[in-house]
Design a binder for this molecule. Sequence first.
Ligand SMILES: Cc1cc2nc3c(=O)[nH]c(=O)nc-3n(C[C@H](O)[C@H](O)[C@H](O)COP(=O)(O)OP(=O)(O)OC[C@H]3O[C@@H](n4cnc5c(N)ncnc54)[C@H](O)[C@@H]3O)c2cc1C
Length: 390
Amino acid sequence: MENSQPDTTTQLLIIGAGPYGLAMAAWAQDNGLDFRVVGYPMQFWKEHMPVGMLLRSGIGWHMDPAKTHTLSRFAAENGVELERGMPIALGTFIDYGIWFQQNRAIDVLEQTVARLDRSAEHFVATLDSGDSIAASNVVLAVGVRNFDHSPDEYVRMIPPACLSHTCDVVNPADYRGKRVLIVGGRQSAFETAALLCEAGAANVELTYRHDTPRFETSDWSWVPDLVERSVADPGWFAWLPENEQQEIQQRFWSEGRLKLEPWLEPRIENDRIQLHPHSHPVTCESAASGGLAVGLSDDTVTVADSVILATGYRVDIGRIPLLSAGNLFDTLETDDGYPQLDDHFQTTVPGLFITSLAATHHFGPFFGFVVGSAASARIIGAGLKNRISP
Ligand SMILES: Cc1cc2nc3c(=O)[nH]c(=O)nc-3n(C[C@H](O)[C@H](O)[C@H](O)COP(=O)(O)OP(=O)(O)OC[C@H]3O[C@@H](n4cnc5c(N)ncnc54)[C@H](O)[C@@H]3O)c2cc1C
């Protein structure tokens, strides 16, 4: 690696072309940086969210650091009806991301970075094609895909052929005629149940350890101000006393996890959907009628052809393949799976920045959502200005 000549060199390499990567690219473009973006635009949204999903976030959450190419402007220019308080369709948001990329004229190299190394002079990203890019700085905006969480006890219990995580449930029609057990009881579990039933699943049962969340509109109105505060004072969240950090985390959790969107309620009231609060799977064997007989801790047995884990995401940067394959992972300091970051998203490897969900430990839970994407770009940009003279 050290002796071969890179195919391209750049000041800034952005890895990932979801909202955070595209926001970063827009900032770099506006500030005259020489940069490259590698990834497939909006790939996670296209390939790992279910067709028909509705967003929980509002019209005001966009990805433009310059605040010009907003979701509202996209809607107005394209005759898309967006109403405050009405959920946004997944397809609309994907279209917005692509429109953003095209209208901001962001060139994206549609490949995957297989590994990232550090040589004496620069970072070297090796692409799937075998080509390489040398960069003085790298922003990792690889999102959430690598962090899907499947609890070990279920992975051991359920045969792999019958088990999936919600991030792989993309086409609800694949479940037509099937009996499905969903493990988990938050918005994603309930919405997946509704989508599968509407697509013709025979029945869907949900098992979850807690109370059934209440159907109530989440209030995110307080979030944009905190995100904006991060631009003015990037370290504010990290330096809060622990109890105040936890208060914010708890408020975010309550809005996101203790509530289900009211538009789901009529879709769940369906005699093909059965809820098992305060329960979890404890046994699994082949059912006489075919499929699996899964015993739940509430002493019921449910027969299912498929078990879907709606068990969320858990950050562990050791699971990002391009880092574990390269030579710099061991020099990255981490804290419980999260990278240690400075107030500009820079890791302990100078010039390497990590954003989005992996940065929430330092910057707060908002940075796991689109609302943080433009702010992240501006904060990283301020840090880059100390390292690059355009
Ligand atoms: C079911 C579900 C529903 C959600 N709903 C909402 C919502 O309503 N509102 C909201 O704000 N947020 C929502 N989120 C969170 C949302 O996913 C994140 O806010 C958003 O995707 C973060 O953007 P990102 O650019 O960091 O990540 P991503 O959108 O995941 O983009 C990262 C990109 O990096 C690419 N990539 C990864 N590795 C490589 C590599 N080695 N080489 C090149 N490219 C690579 C990926 O292909 C991907 O396209 C939801 C998440 C889930 C799972």
